[in-house]
Ligand binder design. Sequence first.
Ligand SMILES: [Zn+2]
Length: 104
Amino acid sequence: MNRVFSHPQLAIVVQMRDVLAQAGIDAHLRNEYAAGAAGELAPIDTWPELWLARPRDTERALALIASVQQQSDEPDWQCASCNSDSPASFDYCWRCGADRRAGR
Ligand SMILES: [Zn+2]
């Protein structure tokens, strides 16, 4: 398997997995329980990671991730339901799953 993505915030890694899943790319989380036990950012070697099930998906996965990260230069948006901030590249609130455009 190939590791394609890692981030100190588990929610970001989970969302990236969902982006890949929507494109038909099967990916798995690793280290998902390593972070956040003390409410602190984990050291880089224990960041939650995203691994591909099929190596042949690597090129597509990296392209998708790059495009998502490009969009994340935009400011975060605030969820109308739970007031959490989500990255601009997310269409749904990472915390409660509410649609970004709901309540606007
Ligand atoms: Zn929310």
